[in-house]
Design a protein around this ligand. Structure first.
Ligand code: ARG
Length: 459
C-alpha cells in the first residue's frame, strides 16, 4: 500500500488509483539533474545565510551528488510512491544522510523548486537547439555556395513564376533559421530568471538570499514578485511558440523536398541512407524523413495550444494544473531536436541536387515572360501596356506549341517595334536570373553577397 506522504494532518494514504493519477514521477524524472543542481544551490545558500550550519550544508551537498551518481548509473528509479521528482530526491537524501536531509526543504516550496528546475532544463535545451540550428544553417550555406549558378524554377501558387538561383532558394531557409536562432536567444533571456526563494507563493520568513542562489545557478536575475515567480509559465509558452515556428520552417522545406524527390519534379535524388522502401512495391523509394518532420510539426503546435489553454484563466498562484506543462515541453524539445538533427543529416549526406535537370527545367516554360515586359518597359513602353502585350504573345505561343525563345525577330517586331536582336539574350534563363540584381534578389551578384553576409551571421 501507499505510504503516507503528507503531514500528520492526514490520517490515511492516497487511494492507489488517485496516487497514480496525481503522480508526475513518470515524466518529471527528466528534471532530476536540474532538481539536484537547484537543491545544491539552495543548501549552500542556507549555510551562507546561517540558516543551517556549513557542516549540514556539506552533508546535503554530498548526499545530493551521491543521488546524481546513482541516477546516472541507473540505480535510482523511484516509483509512483514518490509522487514527483522533488519528493523522490528529498526522500533518498534523507535515507543517505539521515535526519539532516529533512532540513533541505527549509525556506523552500516545491512550487519555486519546480519553477527553477524547468527553467534550468529549458535553458540547456535552448542552448542545444540553437547549436543545432547553427549546424543546419551551415549545411544550407554549403549547398548554397555550390549552387549559385544552378537554376531552379521559382513558383508562386505552385505555378512556374520566375527562375531562381538554387542558392537563393536555399538561403531563404537559412534566413528563417537565423530568425529562429535569434528568437531563441531572446527567449533564453526571459527563461534565465530565478524564481527560487519565492516560497510557496508569498516569500519566506527566513533570511534567505535569492541573489546568492541565482548567481550559483548562473541566472541573469531574479523574479521581482513571488506570486509571479511560482506561477508564470510565459517563458515556456514563448519556447513552444518558437519551437512551433522552427517546425513550420522545417515542414515547409520538408514539403519541398518531398515534391522535389517525386518523379514529376525530379529535382533531387534521395540517397539510400536517408530513404525507405515499400513492403510491397519494389520500385519505391520514399521520402519518409521529411514526411515525418512535416507530420511531427503538429505535435508541437498541439503542445503550444495545450499550454496556452492550461494557463488561461488560472488564478494566482500555483495550481496543480501547472504539472501539465512538462510533458508537452519535453516532447516539443525532443521533437525539435530530433527533427533538426534528421533534417541536417538529410541535407548533408542524404540527397543530391540533379543540377542538369534543374537547369533545363527553366528552359521549358514561360517564366521569362516578366522579362519581356520589363524589356519593353525599360524602352519606355508603360509597364501595364507591355504586360498586356506579352500576355497576348504567351497565348498565341501556347496555341502554337512554341516558347518565347522560338519567336523570330520579325514576329517580335510585329508585336512592337521596340524589340531588337538583344531580346533573345534578355530572355535566356541565366540572364533572367542575373538581371534580378536588386538588393535581396536572386541575381548571381546579390546571391554571392548574400552568401558572404550569411557567413558573417554564423560567426
Ligand atoms: N509535481 C509538481 C509539478 O509538477 C510539483 C509542484 C507541486 N506543488 C504543489 N503545491 N502541489 O508542478
Amino acid at each position: 500500500t501507499q505510504p503516507k506522504t503528507w503531514s500528520d494532518r492526514f490520517e490515511s494514504a492516497l487511494h492507489p488509483a488517485i496516487a497514480r493519477f496525481n503522480a508526475s514521477i513518470g515524466f518529471d524524472i527528466e528534471l532530476i539533474e536540474y532538481d539536484i543542481t537547484g537543491s545544491i544551490a539552495h543548501a549552500k545558500m542556507l549555510a551562507h545565510t546561517g540558516i543551517i550550519s556549513k557542516e549540514e550544508a556539506m552533508q546535503l551537498v554530498t548526499g545530493l551528488e551521491q543521488i546524481r551518481i546513482e541516477y546516472r548509473e541507473g540505480h535510482f528509479n523511484p516509483g509512483i510512491e514518490a509522487e514527483d521528482v522533488h519528493f523522490a530526491v528529498e526522500r533518498r537524501l534523507t535515507e543517505l544522510v539521515g535526519d539532516v536531509g529533512k532540513k533541505l526543504h527549509t525556506a523552500r516550496s516545491r512550487n519555486d523548486q519546480v519553477g527553477t528546475d524547468i527553467r534550468l532544463y529549458l535553458r540547456d535545451q535552448i542552448t542545444e537547439i540553437r547549436q543545432q540550428l547553427r549546424e543546419y544553417q551551415g549545411v544550407l550555406l554549403r549547398h548554397a555556395e555550390k549552387h549559385v549558378e544552378t537554376l531552379i524554377p521559382g513558383y508562386t501558387h505552385l505555378q512556374r513564376a520566375q527562375p531562381l538561383s538554387l542558392a537563393h532558394h536555399l538561403l531563404a531557409y537559412f534566413q528563417m533559421a537565423q530568425r529562429d536562432w535569434e528568437r531563441l536567444g531572446e527567449i533564453y533571456k526571459r527563461t534565465n530568471i530565478s524564481p527560487l526563494g519565492s516560497g510557496a507563493l508569498a516569500g519566506t520568513t527566513f533570511p534567505i538570499d535569492r541573489h546568492f542562489t541565482a548567481s550559483e545557478l548562473e541566472f541573469g536575475g531574479v523574479y521581482a514578485n513571488s506570486l509571479d515567480g511560482v506561477s508564470d509559465r510565459d517563458f515556456a509558452i514563448e519556447f513552444l511558440c518558437a519551437s512551433s515556428l522552427i517546425m513550420v520552417h522545417l515542414s515547409r522545406l520538408s514539403e519541398e523536398l518531398i515534391l522535389w524527390a517525386s518523379q514529376e519534379f525530379g529535382f533531387i535524388t534521395l540517397k539510400d541512407n536517408c530513404s525507405t522502401g515499400s513492403s510491397i512495391m519494389p520500385q519505391k523509394k520514399n521520402p519518409d524523413i521529411p514526411e515525418l518532420v512535416r507530420g511531427k510539426t503538429g505535435r508541437v503546435f498541439g503542445h503550444l495550444q495545450a499550454l496556452l489553454t492550461i494557463m488561461k484563466g488560472l488564478p494566482l498562484a500555483y495550481n496543480k494544473d501547472l504539472q501539465e506543462d512538462k510533458e508537452g515541453i519535453f516532447d516539443s524539445v525532443k521533437t525539435v531536436q530530433g527533427s533538426l538533427e534528421a533534417m541536417t543529416i538529410l541535407l548533408r549526406e542524404g540527397l543530391e541536387f540533379r543540377t542538369e535537370r534543374l537547369s533545363t527545367a527553366v528552359e521549358e516554360d514561360f517564366s521569362n515572360a516578366t522579362d519581356v515586359a520589363d524589356y519593353l518597359a525599360a524602352k519606355g513602353v508603360p509597364f501595364r501596356e507591355a504586360y498586356n502585350l506579352v500576355g497576348k504573345v504567351v497565348k498565341t505561343s501556347l496555341a502554337a506549341g512554341k516558347l518565347l525563345k522560338d519567336l523570330t525577330l520579325e514576329e517580335w517586331q510585329a508585336l512592337h517595334p521596340a524589340f531588337a536582336e538583344d531580346i533573345y539574350q534578355a530572355i535566356a534563363p541565366r540572364q533572367v536570373v542575373a538581371a534580378r540584381n536588386s538588393y535581396g534578389g536572386t541575381g548571381f551578384e546579390q546571391v554571392r553577397n548574400a552568401i558572404e553576409s550569411a557567413k558573417t551571421q554564423l560567426l
